[in-house]
Design a protein around this ligand. Structure first.
Ligand code: NAP
Length: 324
C-alpha cells in the first residue's frame, strides 16, 4: 500500500510517499481502507521533532481518517467488513499512522460514520471535535445562555466548537483572519464574526456582549491573545487555552480582578471516560444534524508536505484533507 513516511524529523520535505507492505488486523483489531485523512497542526509539530509525543523513526503521521472496514480480527464484536467509520488514532500509535491507504486500528479506535457524512468530513472528526467538546464542556463548563468567544473559529477546532456551542444554546462570537474564514464562521451559526487581524476587533467583541465580555473564551493562539482575553473576559469567566505557539506575558492581576479561571487542555491527556463521552456527543450531533464538519481543501496523499505548509498558513476555512 501507499503510505507517507517520515524517515527523519525536520521540514515538510521529510514526508515522502512510499510503498509499504499491507498491514493485517490482529486480535481485537480492525483494518480500515482509508478514503480521507485529516491534517492537523500537531502533525507538523511532531514532524519537526520535539513534540510531546515523539514516535520512533521512520513513522507515518496522522490520527484522523475515515474509511471502510475491510478486515476484522479475532475477538472483535459489533464491526463487520463494509462498515463506514472514522478513526481516532491507529494501533501503531494514538497520534500517528493514518497518512496511508490502509490503517489497522484497535476496535475502540473506530466509530460509526453516518451515511450522510462524507469520508472527507469524517476525516476531521476526532482531533477537532473531541478537543472542542472537552474545552467547552469538560473544562469551561459551558451552559446554555453563556456567550462564548471562539478565538480562531475558522479552523478545525473552532468550527467544531461553534457547532457544539450553537447546538447547546450558547451565543457564539467567532473570529477569523480572512473574509472567507468569516463567512465560514457565520455559516456555522455564530451570532457575530470579527476579524482578528483588524484593529479594534476586541472592542467590537466587548460591544457585542453589551460591555460585559464573553463568559467563555476558547483560545487557539494564546501566545498572541491571552493577555487580551483576560482584559475582555466577563467577570467570573473561563478561558481555555487550546492552542499556543510561543511565550506570552500576562498581567496576573487581571485574573484576580476578573475573578476568572484559565484552564489548559491537551487531547492526549483527556481521561478515557471523557473521551468516550465526547465520541457519544459527536455521534448524537452527526445523527441530529447539528454537527457538520467543513472541508476547506482536498489534496492527494502524495502532497502531504504541501498540506503541512498549508495547515500552518493563515486563512483557514475548514479542514485540509488528504485523499489516498
Ligand atoms: P487550524 O485549522 O489551522 O485553525 C487555526 C485557527 O487559528 C484559524 O481559525 C486561524 O484563523 C486562527 N488564528 C490565526 N491567527 C489567530 C489570532 N491572532 N487570533 C486568534 N485566532 C487566530 O487549526 P486547529 O486544528 O483549529 O487548531 C487550532 C490550534 O489548537 C492549533 O494551534 C492546534 O495546534 C491547537 N490544538 C490543540 C489541541 C489540544 O489538545 N490542546 C488539540 C487540537 C488543536 P485564520 O487562519 O483565519 O487567521
Amino acid at each position: 500500500m501507499k503510505a507517507i513516511l517520515a524517515r527523519a524529523f525536520g521540514g515538510p520535505e521529510v514526508l515522502t510517499l512510499e510503498d509499504v507492505p499491507d498491514p493485517s488486523a490482529g486480535q481485537g483489531q480492525v483494518r480500515v481502507r482509508i478514503h480521507a485523512v485529516g491534517v492537523n497542526p500537531y502533525d507538523t509539530y511532531m514532524r519537526a521533532g520535539g513534540y510531546a509525543i515523539t514516535p520512533d523513526l521512520p513513522y507515518t503521521p496522522g490520527a484522523d481518517a475515515a474509511g471502510v472496514i475491510d478486515q476484522v480480527g479475532d475477538g472483535v464484536a459489533g464491526w463487520g467488513a463494509g462498515d463506514r467509520v472514522y478513526i481516532s488514532g491507529t494501533a501503531t500509535g494514538k497520534a500517528h499512522g493514518a497518512y496511508a491507504a490502509i490503517a489497522v486500528c484497535e476496535a475502540a479506535q473506530v466509530h460509526r460514520l453516518p451515511a450522510r457524512i462524507s469520508f472527507a468530513q469524517g476525516a476531521g472528526l476526532f482531533v477537532p471535535y473531541v478537543t472542542a467538546w472537552r474545552a467547552l464542556f469538560g473544562r469551561a463548563n459551558a451552559r446554555a445562555g453563556d456567550t462564548v468567544l471562539v478565538h480562531g473559529a475558522s479552523g478545525g477546532v473552532g468550527i467544531a466548537a461553534t457547532q457544539f456551542a450553537v447546538a447547546a444554546g450558547l451565543t457564539v462570537i467567532g473570529t477569523a483572519g480572512t473574509d472567507e474564514g468569516l463567512a465560514v464562521v457565520t455559516r456555522q451559526g455564530a451570532r457575530h464574526a470579527f476579524n482578528h487581524r483588524s484593529a479594534g476587533y476586541l472592542d467590537q467583541i466587548t460591544s457585542a456582549t453589551g460591555g460585559r465580555g464573553p463568559d467563555v473564551i476558547l483560545e487557539m493562539l494564546a501566545n498572541v491573545n491571552l493577555d487580551h482575553d483576560l482584559t475582555i473576559v466577563a467577570p467570573g469567566g473561563r478561558i481555555v487555552v487550546i492552542g499556543n505557539r510561543g511565550r506570552v506575558e500576562i498581567d496576573a492581576r487581571k485574573i484576580m480582578g476578573k475573578d476568572c479561571a484559565v484552564y489548559g487542555m491537551a487531547l492526549w491527556g483527556i481521561p478515557p471516560d471523557e473521551v468516550r463521552r465526547a465520541h457519544q456527543a459527536i455521534s448524537a450531533g452527526l445523527d441530529s444534524g447539528t454537527l457538520n464538519p467543513v472541508v476547506g481543501k482536498e489534496m492527494p496523499l502524495a502532497d502531504a508536505a504541501k498540506a503541512h505548509v498549508a495547515v500552518m498558513a493563515p486563512g483557514a476555512h475548514g479542514k485540509i484533507v488528504l485523499i489516498p
